[in-house]
Design a protein around this ligand. Structure first.
Ligand SMILES: [Cu+2]
Length: 260
């Protein structure tokens, strides 16, 4: 009984403090049709639908792949306010990806573990985004071999709003059943959800690790497969749970006005 009560109290605590954290990894374009040069990227650790607060992180690892070819990325750190107008600053990063040849460019960033005091755990995310350069449309479903990874089953670029996105969650390369996938809109339009439950949409993976979600409107959408199997030694020497999220970002284009 006592255990049960503690469980209820704990769950109340967690419910009231639930906010999805996302490592946002956004390129200025998802489809590059012509030209030569550079695509700018940005990486932030935030609550995308709520527009903040931003949280401190550093980039532990990052690269972009063209097939098996691994290329490095350079990042510049910038200070941004935790919330709009706040004097407290945290880090975000801007980067650039050089493109010159056709291919599927898969970019990933791994964040440093972040201590979320309200949940008593560390959070680490591995985010990826997939670009199509010069008309190449094959190879976007090649896993990168990340610790937690969402492999798309729908072409992850050139999507319309209203398309259904389908993915498969892999943990250490194996399909992961019954995993929660949090879904959030990168809120650049000042959308205000009427109830908090609309901030983060949640879908679960089936027995084979598949999940799907229909994107309701245009913009960048993040999917984060949440796993909590690891632990980490905190700054205070104690052992804490480590939540690792495997994130993918996809962009939906607006429905053409002719058919609206
Ligand atoms: Cu947070």
């Amino acid at each position: 009984m006592k255990k049960f009560l503690i469980g209820v109290l704990m769950s109340l605590f967690f419910i009231s403090s639930t906010k999805a954290h996302f490592l946002v990894l956004i390129p200025e374009k998802d489809v590059i049709e012509k030209g030569k040069g550079v695509v700018n990227l940005e990486a932030r650790f935030t609550h995308p639908m709520e527009g903040g607060p931003n949280m401190e992180f550093s980039i532990m690892e990052s690269a972009f792949f063209i097939k098996e070819e691994r290329n490095s990325l350079n990042w510049q750190r910038k200070s941004i306010p935790v919330t709009k107008g706040s004097t407290k600053k945290v880090s975000m990063y801007t980067g650039s990806l050089n493109f010159s040849k056709p291919g599927i460019y898969q970019v990933f960033v791994t964040s440093s573990p972040y201590f979320e005091s309200s949940e008593g755990k560390y959070i680490q995310q591995i985010a990826k985004v997939i670009l199509s350069v010069f008309g190449i449309e094959e190879g976007w479903d090649r896993p990168l071999g990340l610790k937690v990874e969402i492999v798309p089953l729908v072409k992850p670029f050139g999507l319309w709003e209203g398309n259904t996105f389908k993915g498969r969650v892999l943990i250490e390369g194996k399909p992961a059943k019954n995993v929660e996938v949090e879904v959030e809109y990168l809120n650049t339009k000042g959308v205000k959800p009427p109830v908090d439950s609309l901030i983060t949409q949640v879908v679960k993976t089936d027995e084979m690790g598949y999940f799907e979600y229909t994107i309701p409107w245009a913009g960048w959408w993040g999917f984060s497969a949440i796993t909590e199997k690891e632990t980490i030694k905190g700054a205070d020497g104690k052992v804490y749970p480590l939540e690792v999220g495997g994130v993918i970002w996809v962009r939906a284009y607006p429905k053409p006005k002719e058919v609206k």
